[in-house]
Design a protein around this ligand. Structure first.
Ligand code: HXC
Length: 259
């Protein structure tokens, strides 16, 4: 059985791909194989000109309950170096198209880190987030101490990582970890509506926004603003910028070509 499922389920919108984590018996524990399959699939979608937005999800019980503990329990540091566990995680950052995490159930440890690698998170009201690695004698390892701290601040990140406690979706919203909370039963529909909104925008400008926002974590404010301005200038070499502004002035809907 494949660890990853990919569908184009939205007949009225061919530009949206849905990727599902598919190890339900172990709450989508993130084995190295799963991570490799996920990254391969994301690269394939990133290269497919038809695809404009990717939704990443799990199932009702779990987005993902972390890295696969059974796979790690007896590992040595050298095993981990030799199996390149983190290469897939580093490759996630190379995806240029928007990825929305649609989270129901548990997003714990590596599962929370995977959701935070996405561009934003929409959570069902059943979602639970946490970095519980401390409960099994270790620490977050795929960016949890860094991305969670940037998302919710030092004090709350310290508390979550040091206690291993989970927070509910509403709390995650109040703390700025997730963009939106919706009823769990309508999570996929609501996420689709947001994906559709983005897929109807100029695709190159969307990629440049992703790049510019991500630079906010890497650069000083003045360097980041300079980077943003250059991306802004760059959009003026696209037909989509001309189309978007002309359509506004002509009071019609734009038709973007992605160039
Ligand atoms: C392997 C896991 C797993 C995991 C759950 N399972 N989480 N297997 N790795 N991370 C398996 C269980 O062993 C069990 O298998 C089945 O999934 C159902 O889980 P239960 O525990 O029976 O379910 P429940 O009682 O509802 O509890 C749910 C839960 C709990 C609270 C989410 O499963 C849990 O605490 N899981 C571990 C969470 C965690 O510590 N995550 C961090 C991992 S370290 P069987 O065969 O018994 O049915 C990490 C580091 C990342 O993520 C570093 C970067 C790579």
């Amino acid at each position: 059985m494949s660890n990853i499922l990919c569908e184009f389920p939205y007949n009225d919108h061919k530009h949206i791909a849905l990727v599902k984590l598919n190890r339900p018996k172990v709450l989508n524990a993130l084995s190295t194989d799963l991570m490799r399959e996920l990254v391969d699939k994301l690269f394939e979608l990133d290269d497919n000109p038809e695809v404009r937005v990717i939704i990443l999800t799990g199932n009702d019980r779990a987005f993902a309950a972390g890295a696969d503990i059974a796979q790690m329990v007896e590992a040595t540091p050298i095993d981990q170096i030799n199996n390149n566990r983190f290469r897939s995680w580093q490759q996630l950052a190379q995806i240029t198209k928007p990825i929305i995490a649609a989270v129901n159930g548990y997003a714990l440890g590596g599962g929370c880190e995977l959701a935070m690698h996405c561009d934003f998170i929409i959570a069902g009201d059943s979602a639970k987030f946490g970095q519980p690695e401390i409960k099994i004698g270790t620490t977050p390892g795929a960016g949890g101490t860094q991305r969670l701290t940037r998302a919710i601040g030092k004090s709350k990140a310290m508390m979550l990582a040091m206690t291993g406690e989970m927070i509910e979706a509403k709390q995650a919203l109040d703390w700025g970890l997730v963009a939106k909370v919706v009823p769990s039963t309508t999570l996929m529909q609501e996420t689709y509506e947001t994906a559709k909104n983005i897929a109807n925008k100029a695709p190159v400008a969307i990629k440049l926004i992703k790049e510019s926002v991500n630079k906010a974590f890497e650069m000083s404010l003045s360097d980041g603003v300079d980077f943003e301005r250059r991306n802004f200038y760059l959009t003026f070499s696209s037909s989509d910028q001309k189309e978007g502004m002309r359509a506004f002035l002509e009071k019609r809907d734009p038709e973007y070509k992605g160039n």
